[in-house]
Design a protein around this ligand. Structure first.
Ligand code: SF4
Length: 146
């Protein structure tokens, strides 16, 4: 990984280097969960069903580098996409910086400890089920606490 500038997360999000962009992710795993959309209202409905590549104990992708080979529709977050989609959680560092808001106080870049994301209850680690085991997704609707 290249050098990260001091407090780079306070810079305008469109000025981040590729490595700084990658480092912004808190690893919560929320974007790796399946969502449903209400046909009538367009409302996004959340579930606790994880992509088959997500390690449900750690909320980390088990093959990030090759994920597109196994999950072709996995999205690579770009700034345009961050501004476009409605399903990124309120806590997501990309969403917050795109809205020029600060990172949540528990973000690992502020605490210096990756475990703080889980301790704050922001991580889905240990709280989700793999799509391989879940059965009908409609049985897994949840409300995540933002
Ligand atoms: S929701 Fe945002 S911060 Fe959380 S894992 Fe996805 S991209 Fe990273």
């Amino acid at each position: 990984m290249g050098e990260l500038r001091e407090r780079f997360w306070e810079l305008p999000i469109d000025r981040l280097s590729r490595d700084e962009w990658e480092a912004l992710c808190d690893g919560c795993g929320r974007c790796c969960l399946h969502k449903l959309e209400d046909e009538d209202t367009g409302e996004v409905i959340e579930t606790n069903v994880a992509c088959k590549l997500l390690d449900t104990r750690t909320a980390q992708c088990s093959d990030y580098r090759n994920r597109k080979s196994f999950v072709p529709d996995c999205l690579r977050l770009t700034l345009r996409l961050v501004r476009q989609v409605r399903w990124l959680p309120e806590t997501c560092a990309y969403r917050r910086r795109a809205e020029e808001r600060p990172l949540p106080g528990w973000h690992y870049l502020l605490t210096g400890d990756r475990a703080s994301v889980r301790i704050a209850g922001a991580s889905v680690a240990g709280r989700v089920i793999s799509e391989n085991d879940a059965g009908p997704i409609e049985h897994h609707i949840v409300e995540w606490n933002d």
